[in-house]
Ligand binder design. Structure first.
Ligand code: SAM
Ligand code: SF4
Length: 350
């Protein structure tokens, strides 16, 4: 019989604990999106209802708990961390969290620390974010028309966001604008948006509206503007070259030959991008969603709070990754909406 020495057992256990996260479809999971709050200073119509009920603050993970969770993921091979929400920059003390996460950049364990924001607080935070090692940020902006901006965000002010974007640029942050393509809303601004981004040196990505949240009688079908149509409209004016570059994410990119500008398309509905999905999403209460478009999730708060030792937490993370589904079921074909999920985007983090 083979004798197993305690040292062998220890090394074997350490190997298992530090083995990369691979899901059942052989996708390496190295990207974590973390929603640090469900709250927001805007109420975008496709994201939140006007009278949102937010989680009691006591239900939220503390910043220390978020640190421990994220650090555990980094220890298990996560290389990219995107902080989102709700609006991440309205969470009290958020800069301390970014500062804490920057130690993983310094150690080389983490390759990128970034965030998705509505831009309203960037004037206050841009320089500090750049100082802790954030290099690129995504800012959501669907229109450059102040009245339409107020209509779509309900509570937002365009000038404040544009000023925030300028502050980010001044701080040396690279800005990517994310615009949700909305039929009858920003169709007429397609070239205003693309030209503005080209002038300002911002990358631009369009996103198809997804059937998420409390849809009531709406199903977003009336808002749905296929990016295939949007792309054809751009192609009628510009020469577009498909780029093979993939960021591991859902966006496909083209280069506008006349300006060199790069435009991305996130098309969960016309083009399923699940086969290359490398990400999972953590909510501010410690739920891990393995797919944005499915209801299954794993509770990581219980193992996190059960013991100061990370073994149970790591085991729960591995068990969750082993359940990552092949893909989502969003489908607008045949003029009905299939695969809806009732969660708001602000809960899972977009
Ligand atoms: N508050 C930040 C922001 O707006 O960038 C971060 C969170 S927000 C939920 C992240 C992204 O989700 C935004 O770009 C927003 O436009 C997008 N989003 C929200 N609801 C959506 C929906 N139903 N379909 C497509 N994108 C959506
Ligand atoms: Fe807030 Fe972002 Fe949702 Fe708009 S999309 S309501 S800014 S979380």
């Amino acid at each position: 019989m083979l004798a197993v020495r305690p040292a062998d057992f220890y090394h074997c256990r350490m190997d298992i604990l530090s083995a990369p996260l691979i899901d059942p479809f052989a996708r390496a999971i190295d990207y974590l999106r973390v929603s640090v709050t469900d709250r927001c200073d805007f109420r975008c119509v496709y994201c939140m209802s006007e009278n949102m009920t937010f989680l009691p603050k006591a239900d939220l993970l503390t910043l220390e708990e978020l640190d421990r969770l994220c650090s555990t993921f980094v220890g298990m091979g996560v290389k990219k961390l995107r902080i989102t929400g709700g609006e991440p920059l309205v969470r009290k003390g958020i800069l301390t969290f970014f500062q804490a996460m920057s130690r993983h950049l310094a150690s080389g364990a983490l390759q990128e620390l970034t965030l998705t924001t509505n831009g309203s607080q960037l004037r206050k935070y841009a320089a500090d974010l750049a100082a802790v090692g954030v290099k690129r940020i995504n800012v959501s902006l669907d229109t450059l028309d102040a009245a339409k901006f107020a209509q779509i965000t309900r509570w937002g002010r365009l000038d404040q966001v544009l000023d925030g974007i300028q502050a980010a640029k001044d701080a040396g942050l690279r800005v990517k604008i994310n615009a949700v393509a909305l039929k009858g809303f920003n169709e007429d601004e397609l070239f205003t948006l693309t030209d503005w981004c080209a002038d300002q040196g911002h990358d631009l990505t369009f996103i198809e509206v997804m059937p998420m949240g409390d849809l009531g009688n709406e199903d977003r079908l009336d808002q749905y503007w296929s990016l295939k149509d949007l792309r054809s409209t751009i192609a009628a004016r510009h020469r577009l070259t498909d780029l093979t570059v993939r960021t591991g994410g859902p966006a496909r990119y083209v280069r506008v030959e006349e300006t060199g500008q790069k435009i991305g398309f996130i098309t969960p509905l016309t083009h399923n991008f699940c086969e290359s999905c490398n990400r999972v999403r953590l909510t501010c209460t410690g739920e891990l969603y393995m797919c944005l478009g499915q209801e299954d999730m794993a509770d990581l708060r219980a193992p996190l709070r059960a013991s100061p030792d990370d073994a149970a937490l790591q085991a729960a993370i591995r068990a969750a990754i082993a359940r990552k589904p092949k893909g989502h079921d969003f489908d607008y074909s045949r003029q009905t909406v299939a695969g809806k999920v009732t969660r708001h985007m602000s809960h899972t983090g977009g």
